[in-house]
Design a protein around this ligand. Structure first.
Ligand code: PLP
Length: 470
């Protein structure tokens, strides 16, 4: 499979190249040159397969020759072997129409582990082939950071520099990052919002001199491999609920638009997806964009669902590219207009295509709390604030057939917010017991590119230059 940039002016890469790349050289994001499809018969054949086998079938066309099928299978077995639930992503029925897809059974209690556990092994495989050293820079609204750190701690071929917005992640989220005492892990608390941290990461990838000194790689959903690994659970869940004979809708608590974009990819691959419900909190740029065509950046409000406190959703660019006839020059023009004015109007034709797949909702804090209580009353399930937002949007949406809400985090990740809203304080699962007894390690930096680059340059391993013959 070849991968092309959404801005049309970067080299084409294969799966190995795209996994190790950050942003494309033209500032765009990599996407497959075409969507592979699974036939109705192939989708029917997924019935009864376990998570890993489903993942193999879904990923093979994207991976191409970069790994053979046996290597891919054993990598995925290793990635998911440590999950606390044998089904990896179990479905739970709430009432006649609503289901939860529990994606939080990995080591750090959020859905980010599903992709990151496998991405860590893909990095390891590809980097050891090239005997290289990778410098991983990432921005996190809380969950990507811990998932990446747990996937990569102690691996000597990597240094990880993870930027989180100071004071804007939950204590559990922060401690899951800062208590990992491994010499290759560096936590940076940036004085700003997640959008500031993400902008710094993008600026480092775009800084040719800096990126050239280190072999920078991305763990954010900039990275295509992460999205591919998330496509899997849409197939896994839909097939369990009757696909391809039945359409299944999904409600997705959304921030950076990666998770819901993976659902869009599943639909493009032929999965019988009903609607994809883009659930936002009061940071509702995506809801405004899909409803009115108004993609303009507002101020970021800090909420009980911090992983959705985002205004500039990186992966939206991938959707724009696909909706706009996959014309990189046009996407580049749209994005450069947006980067200057911090606003963009979505043309009606693009909105019409988007509307065939996507609907959206904005969920305020009161409705979030009420939905959390509803879940406990209706079915005894305690859900986290992000999941509650997804569930609220699912209950409001005008869609036929079953609706699966992605349960993106375990409630124990946000104990204060869950207790405030539901009256019940979730206990820490055994796999993170002791989190509050461990020592934290992080440095605080201003949201300033030069300061962050200097910090990293003083600690990262530069690219080894080939020895020059005398
Ligand atoms: C990351 C995250 C989201 C948002 O997912 P995106 O792919 O960024 O849209 C939602 N909920 C939780 C718990 C998350 O960690």
């Amino acid at each position: 499979m070849d991968y092309v940039s959404t801005r049309g002016a970067a080299p084409t890469l294969d799966f190995e190249g795209v996994t190790l790349a950050g942003l494309a050289a033209d500032g765009g994001l990599y996407v497959p040159a075409r969507w592979p499809t699974l036939s109705t018969a192939a989708i029917r054949d997924l019935a009864g397969l376990d998570y890993v086998e489903t993942a193999v079938r879904v990923c093979v066309p994207f991976v191409g020759d970069a790994l053979d099928e046996a290597e891919l299978r054993s990598l995925l077995r290793a990635a998911y072997g440590g999950f606390a639930h044998a089904a990896v992503a179990p479905l739970k029925q709430l009432d006649a129409r609503h289901w939860l897809l529990e994606l939080f059974h990995g080591p750090t209690l959020a859905f980010k582990d599903v992709a990151m556990q496998a991405l860590g092994l893909l990095f390891e495989t590809f980097v050891s082939r090239r005997s290289e050293h990778l410098t991983i820079v990432g921005a996190t609204s809380g969950d990507t950071g811990s998932a990446a750190i747990h996937a990569l701690a102690g691996r000597s071929n990597f240094d990880v520099f993870m930027l989180h917005p100071a004071g804007r992640v939950s204590d559990v989220q922060r401690r899951q990052m800062t208590t990992v005492q491994s010499p290759n892990i560096f936590n940076l608390a940036v004085e700003g919002t997640f959008d500031d941290a993400q902008a710094l990461v993008k600026a480092m990838f775009n800084d040719v001199a800096f990126a050239g000194r280190f072999r920078l790689a991305a763990v954010n959903s900039i990275n295509w491999a992460r999205l591919m690994l998330q496509v899997v659970y849409y197939f896994y869940a839909a097939v369990r609920l009757g696909a391809p004979e039945r359409r299944v809708s999904f409600s997705v608590p959304t921030g950076n638009f990666g998770d819901v974009f993976a659902g869009y990819v599943a639909a493009r691959m032929g999965l019988t997806v009903g609607k994809l419900i883009v659930a936002t909190n009061v940071n509702d740029i995506l809801h405004r964009a899909l409803r009115d065509g108004d993609y303009s950046v507002g101020n970021v409000a800090a909420t009980a669902a911090p992983s959705m406190d985002i205004q500039v959703s990186s992966n939206f660019e991938r959707l724009l590219f696909d909706l706009d006839g996959r014309d990189g020059a046009r996407t580049a023009a749209l994005m450069s207009g947006f980067e200057t004015s911090r606003a963009m109007r979505l043309p009606p034709a693009m909105r019409a295509v988007a509307a065939t797949h996507l609907v959206s909702a904005r969920v305020d804090p009161g409705t979030m709390a009420q939905t959390m209580r509803w879940a406990v009353e209706a079915s005894g399930e305690l859900v986290d604030p992000h999941t509650a937002i997804g569930l609220a949007a699912a209950r409001e949406a005008d869609v036929d057939g079953p609706v699966v809400t992605l349960a993106t985090a375990h409630p124990a990740k946000f104990p204060d917010a869950v207790e405030r809203a539901s009256g019940t304080r979730p206990g820490l699962p055994l796999r993170i017991a002791g989190l509050f007894d461990r020592e934290e390690r992080f440095d605080t930096l201003p949201a300033d590119l030069a300061a962050v680059e200097a910090y990293i340059a003083a600690r990262a391993t530069p690219v080894r230059r080939p020895a020059v013959a005398a």
